[in-house]
Design a protein. Structure first.
Length: 169
């Protein structure tokens, strides 16, 4: 008898689905013998690695400013801020990483251009004016912006967002 969804019970379909899942995931579908220990699970590798295979440094509260400068480089901008007292130094360090750069054509205006429109009622050719759009290229740069609040040379808080610059060429 050929396989048919009508001839299978829900329990059979569930068993088939779990068997297929186990077969495709590399997990053994047969249970371990009673009294034996299961093989230990493989340890997961840290997900954050750079192209060379080294672990990426993650920003953490309290991280020293010199460590940040050594690992991430000089900020795009450093903005001093008002401090509650003169013994406290507060700064905003701003990093910008270019994510994407593209040029798009944008309509910047229109020009009226005389054009031939056929013969008029008197049989003579007629000229009318037609609006033709003018285009200018616009450079669009998308950045990932990271801002660090540094208090007395230590990282207090960080936030990140996407920013965009546009300029006409």
């Amino acid at each position: 008898m050929p396989f048919s969804m009508k001839t299978c019970s829900a329990a059979t379909l569930t068993l088939v689905a779990f068997t297929l899942l186990a077969a495709t995931s590399g997990v053994s579908a047969t249970p371990a013998e009673p009294g034996t220990k299961a093989a230990p699970a493989e340890k997961a590798e840290p997900a954050a690695k750079d192209a060379s295979g080294k672990a990426k440094l993650v920003l953490e509260k309290g991280m020293d400013g010199d460590t940040i400068l050594k690992n991430f480089g000089q900020p795009y901008e450093i903005k001093p801020m008002e401090a509650p007292d003169k013994d406290t130094k507060v700064e905003r360090w701003i990093y910008r990483r270019k994510v994407k750069e593209t040029t798009i054509q944008t309509a910047s205006g229109q020009t009226m251009v005389p054009t031939y429109s056929g013969f008029g009622g008197s049989g003579a050719p007629t000229i009318t004016e037609v609006a033709v759009p003018e285009f200018r290229p616009k450079l669009v740069i998308i950045y990932q912006v990271t801002e660090l609040l540094m208090i007395n040379g230590k990282l207090e808080i960080a936030k990140q967002w996407m920013g965009q610059d546009e300029k006409y060429q």
